[in-house]
Design a protein around this ligand. Structure first.
Ligand code: IVH
Length: 716
């Protein structure tokens, strides 16, 4: 039977010791989260507001007395907006992607250079649209027959939330597109934002009414949009700038700036600072000018965006994983603030690596309250970078120090300096642990770098026997981009883990079967409905896409993009699994095949080999697969093309396009562009100067094509 907490009179917060506080804090956090979910997502609160407020007050009082307990995901840290999940999900017809970042001018020069080389164009001959980067929420508006039918947030890029009713209240969003000859399907994309003035006024009103005060205009725009009642959204002054598009049944213009003017003719607002630039120098001058104007603008921007103006070129340039090659965000320099470092804690990650986290006196930087800062590793604290360079002019970081922290966009805050003249007498040096804080107390080892040298990161050597690693791995497994199990957040998972109910991924799928014994509904903060919902969410995940599945396995160095590359490369779980087992055994052909995949190199191959080489992991995977109904084969893009599924090797120089462009085109059409010729190669495209690869092709009897023959083949 589950340890269902029976209600007893609670001691005063002032009388709690640290251990008691910790336990109660955890329990209350779970409870508050469950109530929030019922209130916001299910619209079915199970307690009175006053009761909820009392729970929250006690929770806040505990955090106030023991500030160490505050974590970044604590319910006290959630800003204004209601948690998502209460809006219908919408799958975007075309994914909503993000942009690569440039921080230095050189990054912009490199960006333009890459494009010139890719397109084989003479120097500085490309026009760019330069636009402010609005710090709001991106939105996709779908019009059918000229009428607005759906408005969706970006979400994870593939699926967003349906906020149509709320978006209809925005003055800047036309219900019907103006003009003649509007394509039947138009997806207009852009940014929803709140002006700084409106944000300040709204916060004044919220404060007076005792309601949520928002941290910045972006949060207040998000909070205002995620309202159940559209009349609340209507009362909040939100604006919209159009700057991009998704699915279009016909493209009315040939250039980015042309499209922006077309959006205006349709009835949209576009950003008045947008400018057509003819050289990199003009782009950099644009950046400098906008940065000067930044403070006077009535909306927040965090940089500028450059986009190749000609859409035909955008199409040729295409994408690298989730970002376009034809656009970049040139960010403004980071914002800084000074605060005191109160403590340093060690976090043990999914792969056992140790990250020292600095606990700060909370401080506002660029509109966000920061209280944790990563200190990377032992050397970083001492003032040594990962290339052995001297950091902060050699100043080390001690507990009690006044530090300067910096935050750039969504990047994790960094300590950029230590104020030695403010160092108090009692400032303490931090001694990196020699043993893992896990019950195994295993020795800490230094991680190896890719070149086999001792690296700067420390790791627990306990692998899966280390509970920290197990729980971190489980957290990744249920996370949004992996199995995305609704109702199984980090806190619930930790609870199940501590109780011994879930130790590995397969256990999640047997929870329902074991519930006669576990009785989850008896845990305080749960209840029959939430348990039923949780089981339904788990059931619905017995079918999963291959890329999510691979990502969820949590192999080192296999993030989402790599998982997608592996899924696309192998197509099915069976093929990938077999390859993984072979690679682990050192099978040279399997290793060469994996190496030939786009975006996969030595580090990933080693990680896959290490993973499948470990018998414990093989067991975990086997038990998990048994619980699943189906691992869906990966979609290969444009499988109808003549080269879909084929392996192509390019050699010699090409005349009509660069080798990079040719490879990218092959991949777009569903082929695999490999680096070396084997008997599995389908085509070798050979240009002038082709050497050994051509000979190899002849040896294996592989079809050899000229560049023109190749272009004819792909044109279908
Ligand atoms: S273009 C495929 N243009 O920046 C590229 N994005 O990191 C589509 N943003 O999610 C984006 N101003 O929310 C583009 N003028 C602008 C933008 C802009 C702001 C945001 C947008 C996007 C993020 C990209």
């Amino acid at each position: 039977m589950a340890k269902a907490a029976k209600k007893k009179p609670l001691p005063d917060v002032a009388d709690l010791n640290k251990a008691q506080a910790k336990v109660e804090h955890r329990r209350l956090a779970l409870e508050l989260e469950a109530h929030d979910k019922r209130y916001y997502q299910d619209d079915a609160p199970s307690i009175a507001d006053a009761e909820y407020d009392a729970l929250r007050q006690r929770f806040n009082a505990i955090e106030k007395r023991f500030p160490d307990l505050v974590t970044s995901d604590s319910p006290s840290q959630k800003v204004g907006s209601a948690p998502s999940g209460r809006f219908r999900k919408v799958r975007h017809a075309l994914p909503m992607l993000s942009l690569d970042n440039a921080l230095a001018e050189q990054d912009v020069i490199d960006f333009a250079g890459r494009i010139e080389r890719f397109l084989k164009l003479p120097d500085n001959n490309i026009d760019f649209s330069a636009e402010p980067k609005i710090d709001g929420l991106s939105m996709s508006l779908r019009y059918e027959g000229g009428e607005l039918v759906t408005a969706a947030t970006r979400g994870d890029g593939a699926e967003g939330e349906d906020v149509t009713a709320n978006i209809r209240t925005l003055e800047d969003v036309p219900q019907k597109l103006k003009g003649r000859k509007i394509p039947d399907i138009c997806e207009v994309r852009g940014e929803v934002y709140m002006t700084k003035k409106a944000f300040l006024a709204l916060n004044e009103r919220q404060k007076a009414a005792g309601d949520t005060v928002f941290a910045n205009p972006r949060n207040s725009a998000a909070g205002s949009l995620r309202q159940k009642d559209p009349s609340i959204t209507a009362s909040r002054p939100l604006g919209f700038f159009a700057y991009a598009w998704g699915e279009m049944s016909a493209l009315p213009e040939q250039t980015q700036t042309g499209m922006i003017h077309w959006f205006e003719r349709c009835g949209f607002k576009t950003n008045p600072l947008t400018k057509l630039c003819h050289s990199v120098e003009e782009l950099l001058a644009f950046h400098r000018r906008i940065e000067e104007q930044r403070a006077e603008l009535d909306y927040d921007i965090d940089g500028v965006v450059y986009k190749v103006d000609r859409i035909g070129w955008q199409e040729r340039l295409g994408f690298v994983s989730r970002t376009p090659r034809w656009a970049i965000a040139h960010k403004f320099p980071a914002e800084r603030a000074m605060t005191v470092l109160r403590d340093i804690e060690i976090q043990v990650g999914r792969t056992g690596s140790f990250t020292p986290v600095g606990k700060l006196e909370p401080v506002g930087v660029g509109g966000v309250i920061v209280q944790n800062v990563t200190l990377h590793n032992e050397d970083y604290i001492k003032g040594v970078g990962n290339k052995d360079e001297v950091l902060r002019e050699g100043r080390d970081i001690r507990i009690g120090d006044t530090v300067v922290i910096q935050r750039a966009g969504d990047v994790i805050p960094q300590v950029v300096d230590v104020m030695i003249d403010k160092r108090p007498k009692g400032a303490r040096e931090f001694h990196f642990p020699k043993k893992c804080p896990c019950p195994l107390h295993t020795d800490v080892v230094r991680e190896e770098t890719a070149t086999g040298e001792e690296g700067s990161r420390a790791r627990c050597s306990g692998e899966f026997a280390c509970p920290y690693q197990k729980i971190e791995h489980l957290k990744l497994f249920v996370s949004r981009r992996a199995f995305d199990i609704d109702g199984l957040g980090e806190k619930q998972l930790q609870y199940f883990f501590d109780e011994g109910w879930v130790q590995e991924p397969a256990d999640i799928f047997t929870l329902a079967k074991r519930n006669n014994r576990l009785k989850l509904e008896e845990i305080e903060g749960y209840g029959e409905t939430s348990v039923r919902n949780l089981f339904a969410a788990i059931e619905s995940r017995r079918r999963i896409s291959l890329e999510r599945f691979i990502y969820a396995l949590g192999m080192r160095h296999v993030g989402e993009t790599t998982a997608l590359a592996l899924a696309r490369g192998y197509g099915s779980w069976q093929a990938f699994h077999e390859a993984g087992l072979k690679v682990a055994k050192g099978d040279e052909e399997a290793i060469a095949d994996m190496d030939a995949l786009d975006q996969i190199g030595d580090t990933v191959i080693k990680a896959v080999a290490a993973y499948f080489g470990e018998s414990h992991n093989r067991g975990v995977v086997e038990r998990l697969v048994k619980e699943l109904e189906e691992i869906l084969d990966a979609e290969r893009p444009k499988s109808s093309s003549a080269i879909a599924g084929k392996t192509v090797v390019f050699t010699g120089s090409l005349e009509k396009m660069t080798r990079d462009e040719a490879k990218a085109m092959a991949e777009r059409l569903g082929a695999k562009a490999a680096g070396s010729v084997s008997k599995k190669t389908d085509y070798v495209v050979a240009g002038p100067g082709a050497g050994s690869k051509l000979a190899e092709a002849q040896k294996h009897g592989v079809t050899v094509l000229t560049e023109d023959e190749w272009l004819k083949l792909v044109a279908g």
